[in-house]
Ligand binder design. Structure first.
Ligand SMILES: [Zn+2]
Length: 274
């Protein structure tokens, strides 16, 4: 193990056809869902390394697959909210956002029988135009948010790259980035976790840990497949973004689990020192 810093491992639990790649195409779940199998595979991998993670679960998915959520809980992982319908926050009105969040929290609290502490917006979609979203999260009793990708070309723009207090009582725990050419660039999740060289990713995590900061790594439940993607017509670009190296995700996560220590995000609330 490279260091004793506890990094954060997070998994967004959603169907492959719920991503922004498909939202405007009207594609329905024609190919069925591998979600429960994907969750079992992820949990088995984490168990092998005795690691606990945070699962940001879409409310509508929890409704359709309660056994997947119970399995996550039973194995001691953290359940947090990924909204109800996986809609972009900046495309909702404040009222629609409240409704979406309340639905999601209602379902997750019922399943968990306890508190839900964290939230992650669909596709990092809390922006400078939606400051009300953070107020709503705080009002609903959430303790941390992980929706703001501090990368120059993401909706919020370049902001702090380490966990920070974004409001009294609400922390922002952003996905990790590295600095180069005066920019913040992504490396530790989703498409980037799939196509950047693994040694490059490890080096960035090691560097963050040497600076005394945790890395935030993320992937999606639909990335935990070992087979070719569904046969759906889409542009080459979309296919690349959604499916490039998709069969390698669990293998790559395993190599990170071998070298680094990971914990759920809720641990931040106990040990936070920023
Ligand atoms: Zn998502």
């Amino acid at each position: 193990m490279h260091s004793r810093i506890n990094n954060f491992l997070t998994i967004d639990v959603e169907e492959w056809f719920q991503t922004v790649m498909f939202d405007n195409t009207g594609i329905k779940a024609v190919a069925g869902s591998d979600l429960e199998k994907n969750i079992s595979d992820i949990i088995a991998l984490l168990d092998k390394y005795g690691t606990k993670a945070t699962f940001f679960v879409v409310g509508s998915v929890a409704e359709r697959h309660p056994s997947a959520v119970s399995q996550i809980l039973k194995n001691g992982h953290e359940i947090a909210s990924h909204g109800y319908a996986h809609r972009l926050v900046y495309k909702m009105t404040p009222q629609e956002f409240e409704k979406d969040l309340d639905l999601s929290l209602g379902i997750l609290k019922e399943v968990t029988g306890g508190e839900v502490l964290g939230y992650r917006a669909c596709t990092w979609s809390i922006t400078r135009d939606t400051p009300w979203a953070l107020d709503t999260l705080k009002e609903r009793g959430l303790r941390y948010d992980s929706s703001i990708y501090p990368v120059n070309f993401y909706p919020f723009g370049r902001v702090k790259r380490f966990p920070y207090k974004i409001k009294d009582g609400l922390f922002e725990i952003p996905p990790s980035v590295f600095e180069a050419f005066g920019c913040h660039l992504p490396f530790g999740g989703g498409t980037f976790l799939r196509f950047l060289p693994l040694n490059f990713i490890k080096e960035k995590i090691t560097r963050l840990n040497r600076e005394g900061f945790p890395a935030v790594v993320y992937f999606h439940s639909w990335e935990a497949v070992d087979e070719t993607p569904p046969d759906i017509r889409m542009s080459a670009w979309k296919r690349f973004i959604q499916y490039k190296n998709v069969g390698q995700v669990l293998g790559r996560v395993e190599l990170l689990l071998k070298e680094f220590s990971f914990v759920p995000m809720r641990a931040f609330l106990n040990g936070q020192r920023f």
